[in-house]
Design a protein around this ligand. Structure first.
Ligand SMILES: *Cc1c(COP(=O)(O)O)cnc(C)c1O
Length: 336
């Protein structure tokens, strides 16, 4: 189908508009030169505009439209202490006049330590924060929602990362937006590289790509998940969104390209890969990437170039998904 037809399917869900879109699509000539491989561009979803931006804004355009329809009281979601998703949800709720409760992993930081990074922003944005040490943060979220329901309220639950069929639609829309930009600039990308964690971003891009007939590859640099089960999960998410949008697309795990070579010491642990990528982007382009997601994804992209998997003559898009506030809670790890 063409991009206008895809856009019509998306518009039926009546998304709200929380951010600054289209986000810029920019070349990175100095980074390209330093790495000596493919021509590298960046899609600036770190600049989606809502409370320092990030990829969850696109998902929240669709999720918060539903929260409004259901008169959510409150909007609820969950994540790590430094969750970008939680912070963007808190901002979206504030902007739409809805109360917000966040269930974050861990225990309340000691009063002696001032809130940092995303958690600081959560508090400034007016979200109520609950802490959980449960193994499953989703179970903790459901339990907290049940307490509120018993008290007569009407919680609207957004899953971890905003990755359900509605959230995925945000990145189908993201792919349509990129398509328009590529058409306007007569530009094509052989490969799109993205940080992939709860999978919704990659699912949306992959679905949009299939619907539009995009010929390049979308490579998700896995942040925390082994590739095999993750591919199946992403394909499932894409297919649920396809059904919601009434697209006759169908993805199988083999359509999903996940690279799990950069899991390092685990989720949120900064190693040399991330540190070097942060310094490289900062010093070659004045571009900030974050310690948890985009630092790892850009590090993975650099490593693929060093290993000859991405080469001169190709054009690569690094889809920047945000995460900048987390830099301020990793100052020690980044000083090494
Ligand atoms: C959430 C997040 C991702 C991962 O997106 P998913 O849709 O969860 O895979 C990547 N980068 C940043 C900065 C994020 O906050």
């Amino acid at each position: 189908m063409n991009v206008e037809q895809l856009w019509e399917c998306l518009a039926k869900l009546q998304p709200v508009s929380l951010g600054h879109m289209p986000t810029p699509l920019e070349p990175l000539p100095r980074l390209t030169e330093v790495l000596g491989g493919p021509e590298i561009w960046v899609k600036r979803d770190d600049q989606t505009g809502l409370a320092t931006g990030g990829n969850k804004v696109r998902k929240l355009n669709f999720l918060m439209a539903e929260a409004l329809r259901q008169q959510a009281d409150p909007v609820m979601t969950t994540g790590a202490q430094q969750s970008n998703h939680a912070r963007q949800t808190a901002a979206a709720a504030a902007r739409l006049g809805l109360p917000c409760v966040l269930v974050l992993r861990g225990s309340q930081p000691q009063p002696a330590t001032a809130p940092q990074g995303n958690y600081l922003l959560d508090t400034l944005l007016g979200a109520a924060v609950r802490w959980t040490k449960a193994d499953s943060i989703m179970d903790a979220l459901y339990a907290e929602a049940e307490v509120l329901r018993q008290a007569g309220r009407k919680p609207y639950i957004i899953p971890y990362g905003g990755s359900n069929e509605l959230g995925v639609c945000g990145y189908v829309a993201g792919m349509a937006e990129l398509w328009w930009q590529m058409e306007a600039l007569s530009l094509d990308f052989d490969v799109i590289v993205i940080a992939s964690s709860s999978g919704g971003t990659q699912a949306g891009l992959a679905l949009g790509a299939q619907a539009l007939g995009y010929q390049g590859h979308i490579v998700g640099i896995s942040i925390a998940e082994p590739a095999e089960a993750f591919r199946t999960h992403i394909a499932d998410l894409a297919n649920q969104a396809a059904e919601l949008l009434e697209l006759d697309s169908h993805l199988v795990p083999g359509d999903i390209n996940v690279d799990d070579a950069f899991l390092g010491e685990g989720y949120g642990v900064v190693g040399d890969l991330e540190r070097e990528a942060i310094l490289l982007a900062g010093r070659s382009e004045g571009l900030l990437v974050d310690p948890v997601y985009t630092g790892r994804a850009l590090g993975g992209l650099c490593e693929r170039i060093r290993q000859g998997q991405l080469v001169a003559g190709q054009r690569v898009l690094f889809w920047h998904t945000g995460g900048i506030p987390a830099l301020f809670s990793y100052s020690e790890a980044l000083q090494k």
